[in-house]
Design a protein around this ligand. Structure first.
Ligand code: PPS
Length: 570
């Protein structure tokens, strides 16, 4: 393969200016209107500038965009399945005019490229969603992005690259289409089959890719996506460490790992076609398309967005034109009697198929349960266990909510001491009064200020939880919606246990330890929770405790049992 030829036979696009032009353009660009690229746009621009999206040499103009939506072709007839557009806010779109040059910056303010604006338009997002992704259901990640994150205006035009988007991680595993082709050429790899993935690879994947390479007598390129994948996926840092562990499982000198800074759209069949074109630009001759390639999962009615082999069927239709050969693969399953993996269609009825679903795999990680060797490699599992430790090694937050004087601080303190006695994780107490002194001293008790206060607590607790510690929070937190936001912030990082200290207002007021209720009744303290300000009781707390019928010791003990029951302590 010619090193400079792109997927369509033309030359591989390289949008970067030479050294002197770059210096001059950077100087001029300081005065241009400037757009801060989103994460997805940074991924797209890197792929345009380095030729991975050849023949694109900029963000699409409306004519190409429309033609891609309608016919899966650029206006000049070249096959291209995914709209690649620069979405901006209405404010920004109104600032620029046709033929203006704009500076496109990364999040540190570095100018990555200059674009001459050749088109400005307001897309019909519903049409785009239906044509590109076959649905306008927000359960589809790309549709959700389109409606909830993408700007309402698109700008199109040619790019001039000034700086490569910077990457500080896994530098030796990153290649441009040109550098990868050079590597293939140096190693004498004439036939290369590429494997696309956004998940950690286990034995089934190793088996599938190895068989695919053997079948077409090609070398193998494992090219995982490290740009943007499906929300909720395992982060690429952990995944890449897993891939590094799997490479030695292939015969020496046959397989290479290279990272792809692509922003996936989870667009199923159209995405498969796009992936193949990209791989051809990287110099591959074959591309593996398995079951449910780039599948987004299910729609809001519980139906799959695409059929499991739709991607293979679409690829088949364009195979002559594509110029990169598809290697279709059935799902690989482990056959117990044979103690080996086989494509599912070759398994007979009397054989036993073993499988561990993604959900089951995560459950086993969370519970610290065994993961059998037939499923994955111990080195890969060990890597994933570091990222997903069992619950009793994860961080968690215990979030108390309740009226002033309900007993939150006392129980929180008892819990703190009991946990310190039995657990080695670091613990931080974020008590209402303490927080107001150290984090929120400028805030009062209006709804707005209370919410700011609670979100600050939530942020600190989420950081503690992420880093494997225990946060005990004990504010009043009177608003349900704000507590939900805190739950959403913390839950992805570890445990979130909400405890409603449900002591009645009458009892809190009769205790009146700080004398605040009397002042509130007398109107001296305004906006006092329960008296002159609302308290919205939690609907589904993990635990509800009324201090009318238990001591602080008993309350803390109930929480310990709850934590044990949930697996966070043992
Ligand atoms: S909030 O709503 O969650 O931000 O409140 P919080 O930060 O937990 O409140 C901490 C303590 O402030 C005292 N205090 C008041 N509470 C409620 N309403 C008003 N207006 C008010 N003014 C002062 C009160 O003692 C809270 O402490 P606790 O420990 O809950 O009694």
């Amino acid at each position: 393969m010619n090193i400079d030829t792109n997927a369509h036979g033309g030359s591989l696009v390289n949008c970067y200016l030479d050294y002197e032009d770059t210096i001059a353009k950077k100087q001029q660009a300081k005065d241009f209107a400037s757009w801060d690229l989103t994460h997805r746009q940074i991924c797209d621009i890197e792929m345009i500038l380095n030729g991975a999206f050849s023949p694109l040499d900029g963000f699409m103009k409306q004519s190409d965009y429309q033609s891609v939506l309608d016919d899966m072709r650029l206006q000049n007839g070249v096959l291209w399945s995914m709209p690649i557009t620069l979405d901006v806010s209405e404010d920004f779109a109104k600032q620029v005019q046709l033929n203006d040059e704009i500076a496109l910056r990364d999040d540190e303010g570095v100018i990555i490229a200059v674009m001459q604006v050749e088109d400005i338009w307001q897309p019909n997002k519903t049409e785009e969603a239906k044509k590109a992704f076959g649905s306008d259901d927000l359960a589809h990640p790309a549709v959700n992005y389109l409606f909830n994150q993408a700007g309402d205006y698109y700008l199109g035009g040619k790019l001039q690259g000034l700086s490569e988007p910077s990457h500080y991680d896994f530098k030796v595993l990153r290649d441009t289409p040109k550098s990868l082709r050079e590597k293939f050429q140096n190693m004498g790899w004439k036939k290369v089959v590429a494997f696309q993935t956004r998940n950690p690879m286990h034995r089934a994947h190793q088996e599938l890719t190895f068989r695919a390479a053997r079948q077409v007598e090609a070398n193998l390129l494992i090219q995982p996506v490290v740009g943007m994948t499906k929300p909720g996926d395992i982060d690429h840092f952990s995944r890449v460490r897993c891939y590094e562990k799997i490479i030695p499982q292939y015969p020496e000198q046959t397989t290479m790992l290279s990272l792809l800074p692509l922003a996936m759209r989870m667009g199923g069949p159209r995405e498969a076609l796009w992936h193949a074109i990209i791989r051809k630009n990287y110099g591959c001759t074959h591309f593996i398309v398995g079951r449910d390639h780039a599948g987004p999962g299910q729609d809001s009615n519980g139906n799959d967005f695409y059929g499991p082999y739709d991607a293979q069927e679409l690829m088949e239709c364009y195979k002559e034109e594509l110029g990169i050969e598809m290697v279709p693969f059935q799902m690989m399953v482990y056959v117990e009697e044979k103690a080996e993996y086989q494509p599912i269609d070759s398994v007979s009825k009397d054989q036993t198929v073993l499988n561990i679903s993604g959900t089951e795999f995560r459950r086993r990680l969370a519970e610290g349960l065994e993961i059998p060797q037939w499923f994955s490699y111990p080195e890969v599992v060990e890597e994933l266990r570091k990222r997903y430790p069992p619950r009793h090694k994860q961080g968690f937050s215990v979030f108390f909510t309740g009226l002033s004087g309900s007993g939150k601080s006392t129980i929180a303190n008892a819990l703190l001491n009991k946990l310190m006695e039995m657990d080695e994780r670091r613990i931080t107490l974020l008590d209402g009064d303490l927080v107001r002194k150290h984090l929120s001293s400028e805030l009062g008790f209006s709804k707005e200020h209370r919410n700011i206060n609670i979100l600050r607590i939530g942020y600190v607790a989420s950081e503690i939880t992420k880093n494997g510690g225990i946060a005990i929070c004990a504010p009043i937190a009177p608003y349900r919606e704000t507590r939900r936001q805190v739950r959403d912030l913390i839950s992805p990082e570890g445990g979130f246990i909400e405890i409603h200290v449900a002591t009645s207002l009458e009892l809190c007021e009769s205790r009146d330890r700080k004398g605040l209720y009397a002042k509130a009744r007398a109107g001296i303290i305004k906006e006092f929770t329960g008296i002159s300000d609302p308290y919205e009781a939690p609907e589904n707390p993990e635990l509800s405790i009324d201090t009318a019928d238990c001591t602080p010791d008993e309350a803390a003990q109930r929480i310990i049992l709850k934590l044990e029951n949930l697996g966070y302590i043992r």
